[in-house]
Design a protein around this ligand. Sequence first.
Ligand code: C2E
Ligand code: MG
Ligand code: MG
Length: 588
Amino acid sequence: MGSSSSAAATAKQDQTHGSQAAHASSLDHLLEAAGDVVFRLDPSGLIRFASERARQRLGAGAPLAGSALPLLAPEADQAALRNALVDATARGDAILVEARLRCGERDTWFELRISPLAGGHELLAVGRDMSAQRATEQQLRHMATHDALTELPNRLLLSDRIRMVIANARRSGQGFSIANIGLDGFKKVNDGPGHPVGDDILRQAAARLRKTLRDSDTLARVGGDEFVAVLPGTLSPSQIKLVTGRLLAALQSPFEVGSHTIYLGASIGVSVYPEHAEDEVRLLALADAAMGRAKETGGARTVVYSARMPGELRGPPQHDISLEAAMFQAVREGEFQLYYQPIVCSRSRRIEGFETLMRWKHPTLGMVPPVRFIPIAETNGLINLLGAWALKAACVQIRQFEEVAKRDLYISVNISPRQFRNDRFLAVLDDALAFSGTSGDKLVLEITEGTLMIDPVHAEAILQKMAERRARIAIDDFGTGYSSLAYLKRFPISVLKIDRAFIKDLPASAKDAAICNTVLDLAKHLDLSVVAEGVETEEQLGYMASRGCDYVQGYLTGKPMPAHVAMAALKENLYAALLPDELRAGIL
Ligand code: C2E
Ligand code: MG
Ligand code: MG
């Protein structure tokens, strides 16, 4: 306040300076236009003159003369201003300084050019409002460091943050963990309902994840459907379990977008500093590898990376890591087998064909179900080997089945996406047919909508080649993908297998009934045959048969069984469901 009374005195003095004052005032008039804010100052920084615009912006219209310029700045910038004033006077040269000045409630960035005037007895400060430029810079910085869709930090900022957290951890000695979070099944959203729906889901997912984390945690989006959380202080197995459990739960509830209700879930991989690695790149890579493992082993789970003690990982993931090694051993030891599940005419209940289902009889683990080992085989490429073997064995088997049954039958074989994409797939198919002497029309190859949609052009070419060999194509798990139905016209498809999910609540569920009826209608128009999967009750069979579904497959009419059991059923011309006990004993 003291400075304001001396300011008034100075202002008065200033006005009584006669001709000098007149000169100054004509100069001041010119100065009005020189910048957004303009000041004439005495060498100590007291304002002698402030331009009209400076008064409007900084003084709410009041004359600023008499105030010290540095005091118009917030405290943080006052020293910089003072130094600039001193430098300008001392050097006799113009000095540029960036500082904020208080404009009412808000601070505004100005670039001030401070030059000595009148032989060093005065200073001229001309300020340019930098707020627009600053805002643009800020925005550019934000854009370079954040993901536009979710507003979360991107990989660049994530790297910075991890390095910062590492530096803190080194100082404090307290570790942290990194969680790599991948949405399960996100691809089918983009392939089906489309990218706008996918984008909306990603925004919702980002918001849900952010809400589950603490302010001190960093959440970044690092790829299409992948997020990374940096969790300072979270490193014990129980803490990790708690936090990742919350993250998984957050993504488990359905996403509502317009008329779509979409269920996704997530897989999480975790690496821990300093236990697994001490640098940012490796920590991220290990969390990513662990997430890959979580996905391979069925998703909807967390896998904590462990290199030093692979045998001691807790829970199912540990199992799965050793499972992979055991699979190679199993191939050598011949532990894989094929089971056959009857596909039955819904009216006569006669067996018309079999689906080949792979089984792994592990010496200590017992029966390992295909949902556990097929995804691993998909990732490590073993599926090509196993698939080729299954195809060949199935082609041999169908000849034996027909011999026993003394009539025509067909054999259905599952083809995984990787197998389908493999360059050698047609050669493998030809080899199986040639080796067994089976003709192509005995063979149905089951693929999923996803397999077709990964690369439709390639798929079209391959399917054409299969059609040339008269092998038929079935769409497995029909209805669970989000693909458009247009492909049914485009590709030479013969069979739709309605997924068990739509059968299990029949006939009570009106929704499922409607879906089944629509599929049957569609199939009729496109001249496709339909197999209902997972039929377990008479009611389900009765319902599907009454709606014109020609074939059923399920526990009701026969579980998957070893070849000798299937042959016994065929020999006796029995329906699998009516097998005598001694034969049923071998049935899974
Ligand atoms: P999928 O091709 O849809 O096979 C049908 C699955 O439903 C089989 O499971 C079968 O055992 C089961 N199932 C059949 N009827 C019923 C029923 O009434 N109730 C219930 N709850 N389930 C029933 P499985 O054998 O565990 O095979 C699972 C999946 O693994 C298969 O689904 C297929 O996608 C894959 N798979 C199996 N064998 C092979 C193979 O040789 N190659 C490839 N690429 N995938 C295979
Ligand atoms: Mg199948
Ligand atoms: Mg299926």
